[in-house]
Design a protein around this ligand. Sequence first.
Ligand code: ZN
Ligand code: ZN
Length: 135
Amino acid sequence: MKTLNGGCLCGSVKYIIPDDLIYAGYCHCSECRRWTGAPFSATGGVKELDFTLIKGKSFLSSFKKGKNSISYFCKNCSSIVYGEVPEHNMVFVMLGTLAESPSLKPQWHIYTDSKLDWYRIYDDLPQYAGSPYAQ
Ligand SMILES: [Zn+2]
Ligand SMILES: [Zn+2]
């Protein structure tokens, strides 16, 4: 299987994953907006075992995001690189940190009830006011 390379802005943190995302999508919730400083987050999920950090462990700092996830960012350049959801043995990567385009593209927009009023969604992907998945 093809692998995808990813990493932070300064290059201190690098990882690889197989090109086998389980999901990919955009989240417009207020937490993700503040977390990223962007209008929405774009993340993709892989199985924990499929995620390999190849460089930069000592550069990582973590933040407990929400109830179930731990977010990892580079201490040097502040890029949010990936996160863990231990309860589900999953890792999510920030799609913007990938150097190559994954085969699976974002499939949905969630928490559009929290979307910034000036941000307009131009694609035809399904939109959910909250999350379609039970938390
Ligand atoms: Zn960095
Ligand atoms: Zn969110």
